[in-house]
Design a protein around this ligand. Structure first.
Ligand SMILES: NC(=O)c1ccc[n+]([C@@H]2O[C@H](COP(=O)([O-])OP(=O)(O)OC[C@H]3O[C@@H](n4cnc5c(N)ncnc54)[C@H](O)[C@@H]3O)[C@@H](O)[C@H]2O)c1
Length: 245
């Protein structure tokens, strides 16, 4: 129960990595606020969190809409009075070879993966500054470090998440707020289930451990960074990728 009396806000926790993070933090005692866009998935996640004996607020908010984000944070503070841990997890891909990449492919990905992180962090930070305590954990990706064909938009956004993380860490360290990123390699979720057999094989060939990661393996890294044990870690990236980078 290392997070007893703490509140964690996780974006995009209706499924995949975000859901695993929310459940793992709840298992360790945190009450959870999360965003999702699909109502039925949000209900499932909420029921699972409450079954662990934790309180949970699920808000249908799109992280690309600043007003919706401000409203979601206001609702969270009204119910819980505090937000101790923020996990910026919501993310999308819109893959296309660069020669065919449209402004829409580019903007969609920047908007969710980067603008969304800015809006949510901006809305939460005032509370963390006031309480002089906070943990911010941003989900980036191995492709932000290696690049990937077909993902110029996504890898650019994920590299930018690293700059965002390091600058927040420098700016807010004096307020006892840490900011770190977790960079998953390839993880078995809906995001990677769209890959075809030959894309999967090409990826497997790059992973020394010879398998994709699980959502729980990413959640455990996030839990560590959120914990007291990681109190002196800030401005860094934890890579969880089976040795591929
Ligand atoms: N799966 C992987 O291999 C992998 C690898 C590296 C990084 N990541 C990153 O991990 C995070 C989670 O990915 P995942 O694999 O669980 O994907 P996923 O598609 O299963 O889940 C993404 C979640 O984000 C939510 N979301 C998307 N757009 C949103 C928006 N505008 N507002 C609010 N919520 C929104 C979705 O509803 C969903 O719950 C993403 O940031 C992704 O880039 C994933």
């Amino acid at each position: 129960m290392q997070f007893e009396n703490q509140v964690a806000l996780v974006t995009g926790a209706g499924r995949g990595i975000g859901k695993a993070i929310a459940l793992d933090l709840a298992q360790a005692g945190a009450d959870i606020v999360f965003t999702n866009r699909t109502k039925s998935l949000a209900e499932e996640t909420r029921a699972e969190i409450e079954a662990l004996g934790r309180k949970c607020l699920a808000v249908q908010a799109d992280v690309t809409e600043p007003e919706a984000v401000e409203g979601m944070v206001a609702q969270a503070l009204e119910q819980f009075s505090t937000i101790d841990i923020l996990v910026n997890n919501a993310g999308i891909t819109s893959d296309q070879l660069f020669m065919r990449m449209t402004p829409e492919n580019w903007r969609k990905v920047m908007s969710v993966n980067l603008d969304g992180m800015f809006y949510v962090t901006r809305a939460v930070i005032k509370t963390m500054v006031k309480q002089r305590r906070g943990r911010i954990i941003n989900i980036t990706s191995v492709v932000g470090f290696t690049g990937n064909p077909g993902q110029v938009n996504y890898s650019s956004a994920k590299s930018a998440v690293v700059g965002f993380t390091k600058s927040i860490a420098r700016e807010l360290g004096s307020r006892n707020i840490t900011c770190n990123a977790v960079a998953p390699g390839f993880v078995d979720t809906d995001m990677t289930r769209v890959l075809n057999e030959s894309q999967r094989k090409a990826i497997m060939d790059q992973i020394p451990l010879g398998r994709m990661g699980t959502v729980e393996e990413i959640a455990k890294a996030v839990r560590f960074i959120a914990s007291e044990d990681a109190g002196y870690i800030s401005g860094t990236v934890i890579h969880v990728n089976g040795g591929m980078f």
